[in-house]
Design a protein around this ligand. Structure first.
Ligand code: NDP
Length: 325
């Protein structure tokens, strides 16, 4: 048997693709992944309050938002399987998707495997993750913890510059910790960063330890050359040291960009192989928001439905399971 559509990944992109594909009667199969402790839902499962997802005027907890998206996908007949895809074969049609448990054939695939924010895993970091330490200022910067406080951003690229500038909306002072004597960010961003009177750059240094009680209170940083230690009394620590797109499975089979993200064509979510689309952070290092991931998940699903129909590959099912699970 060959499936219409397999969706790999269970963040906002994956579930949105599943909702649209379910409603289009494609009977999608979603491999939700198991490696995050068997907890599907992607990066939002490790955040707390999401305040910028439209439709939730009072905000919504990340895990609750993902639970609702999953329920909605199930309601429209998506089959969600909590399993990791361990191999794909895009060299033959139908494509073959393999997990530890099974191999299935499918005419179409939407890849929504996301990206993972790099962290430093400092001593004490786990205690304050989402309670002062974060990898997304746009998601977490408005937390009252940072109101008029001092915060630190690690990194010297465009993300670090963008996060530091964004955090000046809330924090009284932003320390940017750069591990070398130069910024990797674009000239424009560098100028904005260097000319801001509430941003202080600390060159040639790295954070080595975090301290606090219920919340983050202090950060110890070390001069890379002299090894001298300095304390910064900050309520927030934001990592902006890059993301790793989760594309290992697809290397050598799909065209990736120089940063390792899946290359998609123009305004579409099409990859270089017809019948395979990519949505969400796995193909977007620019916006990286739940809402943009959901938007591209929707696009991918519509494109998949049209492609299946145009190529007479659609397997219609009269026995769709529309019961709420
Ligand atoms: P980058 O790889 O460009 O920068 C990462 C930064 O983190 C570098 O300064 C790097 O230092 C530093 N870093 C990496 N590892 C460590 C570590 N272990 N400890 C301390 N510092 C570390 O990543 P970005 O996320 O900033 O950007 C990714 C891409 O997205 C870029 O192409 C960027 O231009 C683009 N982007 C564009 C934006 C825009 O146009 N508005 C906004 C955000 C991103 P070092 O330089 O020493 O390696």
């Amino acid at each position: 048997m060959t499936e219409n559509l397999v969706i790999i990944g269970s963040g906002p992109a994956g579930y949105t693709a599943a909702i649209y594909a379910g409603r289009a009667q494609l009977n999608p199969i979603v491999f939700e992944g198991f490696s995050a402790g068997g907890i599907p839902g992607g990066q939002l499962m490790t955040t707390t309050e999401v305040e910028n997802f439209p439709g939730f005027a009072e905000g919504v907890q990340g895990p609750e938002l993902m639970k609702q998206m999953r329920q909605q996908a199930l309601r429209w007949g998506a089959q969600c399987i909590t399993d990791d895809v361990i191999a794909v074969d895009f060299s033959q049609r139908p494509f073959v998707i393999t997990t530890d448990e099974q191999s299935i054939k499918t005419h179409a695939v939407i890849i929504c495997t996301g990206a993972t924010a790099k962290r430093l895993h400092l001593p004490g970091e786990e205690l304050f993750w989402n309670n002062g330490i974060s990898a997304c200022a746009i998601c977490d910067g408005a937390n009252p913890l940072f109101d008029n406080a001092e915060v630190a951003v690690v990194g010297g690229g465009d993300s670090a510059a963008e996060e530091a500038l964004y955090l000046t909306k809330y924090a009284q002072k932003v320390h940017v910790l750069v591990r070398s004597d130069r910024l990797r960010a674009s000239k424009t961003m560098q100028n904005r960063l260097l000319s801001h009177d509430r941003i202080q750059i600390h060159w040639n240094c790295e954070p080595v330890r975090v301290y606090g009680d219920q919340v983050l209170r202090k950060l110890e940083i070390q001069d890379i050359q002299s090894k001298d230690l300095t304390e910064l009394f900050v309520s927030g620590l934001f990592y902006a040291i890059g993301h790793i797109p989760n594309t290992e499975l697809f290397q050598g089979q799909l065209t990736l960009d120089p940063l390792g993200y899946i290359h998609t064509e123009g305004k579409s979510t099409a990859t270089n192989i017809p019948g395979i689309w990519a949505a969400g952070d796995v193909q977007d290092h620019h916006y990286r928001q739940a809402i943009t991931a959901a938007g591209t998940g929707c696009m991918a699903s519509i494109e998949a439905e049209r492609w299946l129909a145009e190529n007479a590959l659609l397997i219609e099912s009269a026995t769709m399971n529309l019961s709420l699970v």
